[in-house]
Design a protein around this ligand. Structure first.
Ligand SMILES: Cc1cc2nc3c(=O)[nH]c(=O)nc-3n(C[C@H](O)[C@H](O)[C@H](O)COP(=O)(O)OP(=O)(O)OC[C@H]3O[C@@H](n4cnc5c(N)ncnc54)[C@H](O)[C@@H]3O)c2cc1C
Length: 204
């Protein structure tokens, strides 16, 4: 598990396929099998350069993610993948919200006071006024933490990393994308090592 922001995390809970499956699928085109690491690495580099993406769909990852709601909203725009998120219709909201690093003094106090007040109102609406949780949640801030599982294949994951590690992406989702990259590089080092070299660092 990798901790992200003040209270978030990303954990790789399950995965299948990895480098071996991608190589096996790619070599089907030539009716061949793995030819050792150097040749396989060269082949994967070629696939990445030529955007021959389908073999990368043979590896699949499931992540457990805890992120602020506004980060999840950006994340869920990536349609090629599956999401299952904790529901604030059924579960009570936890008093757990994003605080940016470096925020201090009066700004930090104002930030906390606003969030705490929102949670106080929520608790009152649900507890005292018996409002359904699905309605009361409307008063909560977009920085509240949400939990979701994300299942995604290697090709779609590369698209996500390419877009969300870019300097134009918001800082908060970029740090999640970096954590995701570190986790998948551990289990599929050739695929994501070559992807990092060919795509992410191509402009260096
Ligand atoms: C820096 C940044 C700023 C952004 N700003 C905004 C913004 O201001 N407003 C906003 O609304 N969005 C914004 N987005 C979201 C962006 O438009 C994409 O929705 C998001 O990045 C998902 O990318 P994707 O479609 O490639 O991924 P996925 O949805 O995972 O799709 C992967 C690929 O599948 C194909 N595909 C999927 N669905 C279709 C389809 N229906 N038709 C054709 N091909 C499809 C495409 O090739 C696509 O690239 C922003 C994204 C970034 C990275």
């Amino acid at each position: 598990m990798i901790k992200v922001l003040n209270n978030g995390f990303v954990e790789l809970v399950e995965s299948m396929g990895h480098d071996e499956a991608v190589i096996r699928n790619a070599r089907r085109c030539w009716r061949s099998e793995s030819k050792g690491e150097d040749a396989d690495r060269k082949l994967l580099r070629h696939l990445i350069r030529e955007r021959h993406k389908t073999p990368f769909e043979a590896m699949v990852f499931t992540f457990d993610v805890k992120a602020p709601l506004f980060v999840a909203r950006q994340w869920f725009r990536h349609r090629i993948g599956s999401y299952n998120e904790e529901s604030l219709r059924y579960c009570a909201a936890l008093r757990d919200y994003y605080i940016p690093e470096g925020l201090e003094g009066e700004a930090l106090e104002a930030w906390k006071a606003h969030n705490e007040h929102a949670y106080d109102v929520y608790d009152e609406l649900v507890g005292k006024y018996k409002l359904p949780k699905e309605q009361a949640r409307s008063v909560l801030p977009v920085g509240l933490y949400t939990n979701f599982y994300w299942t995604v294949n290697g090709s779609s994951l590369m698209n996500f990393l390419n877009l969300r590690l870019d300097s134009h992406a918001q800082y908060e989702i970029r740090v999640y994308a970096k954590a995701v990259l570190d986790l998948v590089k551990d289990v599929a080092p050739i695929c994501f090592g070559e992807f990092e070299r060919e795509v992410l660092n191509a402009g260096d």
